[in-house]
Design a protein around this ligand. Structure first.
Ligand code: MCN
Ligand code: CUN
Length: 796
């Protein structure tokens, strides 16, 4: 079917006339959320349910001398206390991570970060479980911690992972992309080379709902039902089967409503495994839900990249090459969630939106005494770090060349006729048209006017800055021949069933956490079959009811599962044609499709609607040879490539010269995610991501002291932006469809989080230009800004 084109909303058309890309199809999930009728994990109460609580290490690095659980076990409401020793007996003390490492479920030998899981109590209620934690007596023998990644490889640094055979230091991996020799040669002959060190600090996705699980093991039929806050129910089920040895058909993972995931809910946490063991031991369901501090201190963090960037250019502003070295802090266990071949995620797209002659990056991963994670928080598998690096570097170059940063970008964009564009590190950008997006952003915010205003303010001694960033992402992993997670190829299944009365159900392998899949996937089917979105039920989050697939992260639901759904619906449409031909006593070739109906070419009055055909399929119509009696189809979609959304962001800030406080006054975002299925949802995704970006740029920070104590373990210390700190977003869009995606859609879920931090930081640095400031590390807190104004950049 034809590529749906973006249209302006036409009030005369209803959602069912034009299900995709237009108007404001209301979210089907909102009636229950707005009424407080969502069903989140903690809302679920099973008969006889017990509660778990986790004892965590108070120190960052220590030998575990002994654990005494006698007193806790004597607590009248405690049913079980599980330690690493107990798990060892079950071969579950250690588990494989998503990055070919192992991680402790409960510590056996040492603790390796503050907040690490040490023992699990199962009790009649949550309060007793928590009280009993204090009755467990653990003796630790302190070891010196490794807190600063830059010291991790020092000779003599304490070895964190002495559990691993042959591991004599804190080194995890070295990885590179691009051609080093070619890049060095371009650098050697370039007129201008600029270099900047920068830190993308450790931050945390901090979803509104923390992580949790309810394990319900039925000893009679051996079936484990596991309710989980998970972004990837099928992958979890398979991993439990592989690791715990429970047969896969005896595991059912159910993801209820999820209050935000943002990458925090991709992995399997020790608490989930302990809940399972607790349920098997007690024969009763066990619920475990972490609190806010546990979430911030122990679950998947994001970033923590220390980067050295260099950019080579001609004097007149032609960018020739970029090279970078990165030190990646992965914490105590390498548990980052990413395709196997990509230990640094998709960081190698640090070439950005520019047509370069050469590029090279090398990444060294190290262990530190901090919580594991690394790939989370709307990161598009490290595209966040890549975009930050290149967009900061371009600004550093603009400063050196005394060129306008928008102008410098415009001069260096990959041109529309160059797509599909093969970049210097091996990505094939599917489509793009960059200049119109940046020009639109400049127009929307009145870039020239802002620059004039800035000049006037500077003349008066006021501090105002304007920051530009332009990003290209790579989202929608597969294809599976190149991409897998622990050996599971990155494809997704979808199943469409049209019921006898013409209503439909679509079953997905991906998992919404607030993105609105119940609405948008219904819209895709509606577009293909002409069934109104409200007549289509979207089922997800239950491995017993949905086809296999790798789940939601890396903004892959629309690129991968969206493709699966569109193709499954098209299969249904083709099947409907065969059945309609039988019903109309004509040949399938003589039929023509219009939204929701097959009719006889040249005789539009002779036709059958999808509902009539569905009834025919399930009814008494004599079906053609080889056509079975339903109107269903199933597809597993292995995408041919990723999709490459892009956008232009411009931000204006004012800085208080007395306090160093940054006020984001304006922010314009022009995004292009190809065909927009639901513009309202797309805009919501962008608003959320822009708030993330302002948060990271100005206030979010998981810091540690020298002992490895986590300094970001509560919302008193880990600051996230509220409506007070963000401006009214001004958005625009262009539409450059993906040429390979069935409906031309690209992912959007992480674009704004990826693209906005460099715009804010570029604006802050621009505001501080009168002080000679050329770079500042995030978060640009008042204290750091003030120090920078005194010529004392805060050491990272
Ligand atoms: N969409 C659309 N048209 C497009 C692209 C997307 O209408 N061209 C719609 C989709 O159909 C979907 C939503 O926008 O309803 C996001 O789609 P997509 O970009 O495919 O991203 P995913 O659905 O795979 O969501 C994952 C992405 C990630 S990885 C993080 S992290 C993040 C994000 O989504 N976590 C979120 N946005 C979030 N939003 C909410 N509310 N909660 C989270 O946890
Ligand atoms: Cu990187 S966070 Mo999202 O991919 O779930």
């Amino acid at each position: 079917s034809a590529m749906p084109q973006e249209r302006e909303p036409n009030p005369a058309m209803t959602a069912s006339d034009r299900p995709i890309g237009f108007g404001r199809v209301q979210r089907k999930e909102d009636p229950r959320f707005i009424r407080g009728k969502g069903r989140y994990l903690d809302d679920i109460v099973l008969p006889g349910m017990l509660h778990g609580a986790m004892l965590r290490s108070p120190v960052a690095h220590a030998r575990l001398v002994s654990i005494d659980t006698t007193e806790a076990l004597a607590h009248p409401k405690v049913l079980a206390v599980i330690t690493g020793k107990d798990l060892e007996g079950l071969n579950l003390a250690w588990a494989p991570t998503l990055s070919a490492d192992v991680m402790a479920i409960l510590a056996t030998d040492k603790v390796r970060f503050q907040g690490q899981e040490v023992a699990f109590v199962v009790a009649e209620d949550r309060y007793s479980a928590r009280d009993a934690l204090e009755l467990i007596d653990v003796e630790y023998e302190d070891l010196p911690p490794v807190v600063d990644a830059r010291r991790a490889l020092d000779p003599g640094a304490p070895v964190i992972r002495d559990d691993k055979e042959g591991q004599t230091d804190n080194h995890i991996f070295d990885w590179e992309a691009g051609d080093k020799a070619e890049t060095d040669a371009v650098f050697a002959r370039a007129d201008v080379v600029v270099r900047q060190e920068m830190v993308y600090p450790r931050v945390h996705p901090a979803p509104m709902e923390t992580c949790g699980a309810i394990a319900d093991y039925d000893p009679v039929d051996g079936k484990l039902t596991l309710y989980e806050t998970t972004q990837a129910p099928h992958a979890h089920r398979t991993l439990y089967a592989m690791v715990a040895g429970i047969p896969e058909h005896k595991i059912r993972v159910i993801a209820p409503d999820i209050g935000g995931g943002f990458g925090n809910k991709v992995g399997i946490y020790p608490g989930y495994v302990c809940a399972v063991v607790g349920s098997i031991l007690t024969g009763r369901p066990v619920k475990w839900v972490e609190d806010r501090s546990e979430n911030l201190m122990s679950t998947a963090f994001a970033r923590d990249y220390t980067m050295t960037g260099e950019i080579a250019a001609t004097r007149d502003g032609r960018i020739l090459a970029v090279r970078t070295h990165v030190l990646a802090d992965h914490g105590a266990f390498n548990a980052t969630a990413q395709p196997t071949k990509y230990p640094a995620g998709f960081f190698s797209i640090f070439t950005g939106s520019y047509d370069l002659q050469a590029a090279h990056c090398s990444v060294t991963g190290v262990y530190t005494n901090k919580a594991p994670g690394g790939v989370a928080y709307a990161c598009s598998f490290r595209v966040t770090e890549a975009v930050y690096l290149v967009e900061r570097m371009v600004d550093v170059l603009a400063k050196e060349l005394e060129m306008d940063p928008a102008e410098l970008r415009l001069r260096n964009f990959i041109r529309p006729e160059q797509f599909p564009y093969k970049n210097k590190t091996g990505w094939e950008y599917d489509s793009g048209d960059y200049e119109p997006a940046l020009r639109m952003a400049m127009e929307l915010i009145d870039y020239e006017g802002l620059r004039r205003e800035q000049a006037e303010k500077r003349a008066r001694g006021e501090l105002m800055g304007i920051g530009v960033s332009f990003f290209t992402e790579t989202v929608g992993a597969g294809p599976r021949k190149h991409m897998d997670i622990v050996g599971l190829g990155m494809a997704d299944g979808a199943e469409v069933r049209v019921h006898p009365t013409g209503k439909a159900v679509v079953r997905l392998s991906v998992q919404t956490q607030g993105q609105g899949h119940e609405t948008t996937f219904a819209q895709i089917v509606a577009e293909e079959l002409g069934i109104p979105p409200e007549d289509i039920e979207v089922v997800h989050g239950d491995t017993d009811q949905t086809p296999f697939g790798l789940g939601t992260y890396g903004s892959r639901s629309t690129p991968v599962s969206g493709g699966a759904v569109a193709l499954a619906a098209r299969k249904v449409q083709e099947k409907a044609r065969l059945i309609a031909a039988a019903m109309l006593e004509t040949r399938p070739e003589d039929l023509e499709w219009e939204k929701g109906r097959w009719y006889v070419k040249g005789d539009p009055s002779a036709g059958k609607t999808i509902a009539e055909i569905a009834l025919g399929a399930h009814g008494t119509v004599a079906l053609p040879e080889g056509v079975d009696g339903n109107l269903d189809a199933e597809v597993t979609y292995d995408p041919p490539n990723l999709t490459f959304p892009f956008g232009a962001y411009i931000c204006a800030v004012d800085v208080d010269p007395g306090t160093g406080k940054v006020h984001v006054r304006r922010f314009t975002a022009v995004d292009d995610c190809g065909t927009r299925i639901n513009p309202m949802i797309v805009e919501g995704q962008i608003h959320g991501g822009l708030a993330d970006g302002v948060g990271m740029a100005l206030m979010e920070f998981i810091g540690f002291d020298e002992q490895g104590n986590c300094l970001g373990g509560s919302f008193m210390d880990y600051l996230i932006p509220t409506a007070m700190e963000v401006p009214d977003w001004e958005t625009g869009y262009t539409v450059t469809p993906s040429p390979h995606h069935p409906i031309g859609a690209k992912g959007i879920g992480e674009s704004a989080t990826v693209g906005s931090p460099p715009a804010v930081v570029n604006a802050v640095v621009d505001a501080l230009a009168p002080f000679g400031v050329t770079h500042m590390d995030m978060p640009c807190t008042p204290a750091r800004v003030w120090e920078a104004m005194q010529g004392r950049p805060t050491p990272p």
